[in-house]
Design a protein around this ligand. Structure first.
Ligand code: ADP
Ligand code: MG
Length: 232
């Protein structure tokens, strides 16, 4: 997926300014920047949910799935976990296959099969986010956009969800745009990191290069601002 010269304006305010960024197939690109820098606007524009200028190529937008900070926004509180995930599988999947498909997806996100009969409110925040990821994966996306998916979580739970993202990348070869204001979180899951500030791309490159020798003061400031996660 390739973003070229993406510009998004809200009235006279330019939220994203001529941003170009590639997500190579099978890689996780981490988009990082402080709150208000335009990350979610990029996500919405890439998904075709916001009018924009510029182009997004190499992706069928119907095959993009998004997961957000609040899993309640993607899960219906009145539906069981199993029903939510089954809905993600699509109407073409027959009943018998649905049950098996739900079980496989729950297993993929390291939840017990019994979770299928639970309601979102019966789960912890971390478990709910796993369900939201499972539901997104059910649609077999070409690109998963994860927007601040661990930002509301305790550090301990965050680690488990981030490990899940790493495992999924390895197992499924998933292409992902992983958005966070926290550079430590991004560094843990991403192959490539792109740093955004005030709607513009400040720098982008392989995660070790950008973290190891940041080219911009802004990136250095982001690095200094965050508590480090244990890096295994
Ligand atoms: N629908 C909107 N209308 C007007 N301004 C918006 C809208 N959505 C976001 N903005 C503004 O655009 C900027 C970028 O927002 P956003 O993309 O949400 O940033 P981030 O996700 O990095 O926190 C912010 O200044 C925000 O206030
Ligand atoms: Mg945001």
């Amino acid at each position: 997926m390739k973003i070229s010269e993406l510009t998004v304006r809200y009235g006279r305010f330019t939220a994203v300014d001529s941003l170009s960024l590639e997500v190579p197939a099978g890689s996780v690109v981490g988009l990082v920047g402080e709150s208000g820098s335009g990350k979610s606007t990029v996500a919405r524009a890439v998904a075709g949910l916001t009018p924009c200028r510029g182009t997004v190529t190499g992706i069928d937008r119907a095959r993009i799935q998004m997961v957000f900070q609040d899993p309640y926004s993607s899960l219906n509180p009145r539906m069981t976990v199993g029903a939510s995930i089954a809905e993600g599988l699509g109407p073409q999947v027959r009943r018998a296959e649905r049950t098996a498909g739900v079980a496989r997806l729950l297993d993929l996100v390291a939840l017990p099969a019994a979770a299928a009969d639970k309601y979102p409110r019966e789960l912890s925040g971390g478990q709910r986010q796993r369900v939201a990821v499972a539901r997104a994966l059910a649609a077999q996306p070409e690109l998963l956009i994860a927007d601040e998916i661990t930002s509301a979580m305790d550090v301990s739970v965050q680690g488990a969800v981030l490990n899940l993202i790493r495992d999924l990348r390895t197992e499924l070869g998933l292409s992902m745009l992983f958005i966070s204001h926290n550079l430590a979180v991004v560094r843990y899951v991403a192959d490539i990191v792109a740093v955004m500030r005030s709607g513009r791309l400040v720098e982008a490159g392989p995660v070790d290069e950008v973290i190891g020798s940041p080219q911009h003061d802004y990136t250095r400031a982001l690095l200094d601002a965050v508590p480090r996660l244990a890096h295994s």
